[in-house]
Design a protein around this ligand. Structure first.
Ligand code: PMP
Length: 283
């Protein structure tokens, strides 16, 4: 396996980062994940725009232009022979003597690796995902794709212990988002509902693409917060992410959604998204 580290392509065993790296000591860094399908990046321009936004928000200079990022990502995809999966990018503020306040001139640490993964024909597509709800214990800037993910790790451990593959995080009785995804419901009136963008959620790249597809399908879109009890009663529930596309949810907190099988509109949105991804919108 080949890793990209600070401008070089190296075998995984040689990819070393300092223990004084601020990513390690403070979670002082951000990340981004783009899907790869048929060896091509999916909706990558939007992911690189969000990467830039996350860096800007925490004051780390973006080490590359979008064109350079894409070149490096594709080179890594090629070197690892990746056909389907993801490219992970992480940028931290860099290594320095431990001090909460960072020196202004640190050299960012850039790490990139690929992960092979079946997305389109993943078993969860046919089976559907079981979801549990948990309190959203995260901080107030969830719009930044920070590597500080302890709250999600805790929630995902609880989900796994409960036999679920995703967690919907809840604040004030309202779903914020999935542990690593954007939550959607389709109401009995046929409206596709997801929470509006704010500091409370990550602006999902797949979210936006799926909202556009739903609108093209003539479905009504509602951007508003979703109550937990609404999810139990919804016609269909699904979640979106770069690494899973559109995933049907078949139960929440042990209650079946609809008849407990993946819903037809969700399947249709997944098929449309796969079509879009194969058509190659990104690089
Ligand atoms: N919300 C959170 C908290 C996430 O971790 C993710 C996955 N990165 C998403 C939403 C979905 O975003 P995207 O569609 O850009 O992968």
């Amino acid at each position: 396996r080949i890793i990209h580290l600070d401008g070089a392509f190296v075998p995984a065993a040689d990819a070393r980062v300092s223990v004084m790296d601020r990513g390690f000591l403070f979670a002082d860094g951000i990340y981004e994940v783009s899907a790869v399908l048929d060896g091509r990046l999916v909706d990558n321009d939007a992911h690189l725009a969000r990467l830039d936004r996350s860096l800007e928000a925490i004051g780390i200079p973006n080490p590359h232009t979008p064109a350079d990022w894409a070149r490096l990502q594709l080179e890594l995809v090629r070197r690892n022979g990746l056909v389907e999966g993801v490219v992970y990018i992480q940028v931290t503020r860099g290594a320095a003597e431990r001090d909460f306040a960072p020196a202004p001139d640190l050299a960012p640490t850039v790490v990139m690796f690929t992960q092979a993964k079946t997305i389109v024909d993943a078993p969860v597509q046919a089976r559907g995902a079981r979801v549990v709800t948990r309190p959203d214990l995260r901080w107030a800037r969830r719009d930044i794709k920070s590597v500080g993910l302890l709250a999600q790790v805790m929630a995902k451990r609880e989900a796994a212990a409960a036999g679920a593959s995703e967690v919907f995080m809840v604040e004030d009785g309202l779903v914020t988002e999935g542990g690593s995804s954007t939550a959607f419901i389709i109401t009995s009136q046929g409206a596709v509902v997801t929470r509006p963008l704010s500091n409370a959620v990550l602006p999902g790249i797949t979210r936006l693409a799926v909202m556009r597809l739903a609108a093209d399908e003539g479905l009504t879109l509602e951007e508003r917060a979703i109550r937990v009890d609404e999810t139990y009663e919804a016609e269909e529930v699904f979640f979106t992410s770069a690494s899973n596309f559109v995933v049907p949810v078949v139960s929440i907190d042990g209650r079946n959604i609809g008849d407990g099988c993946p819903g037809p509109r969700t399947k249709r949105l997944m098929a449309l998204y796969v079509g879009l991804a194969r058509a190659g919108t990104g690089s």
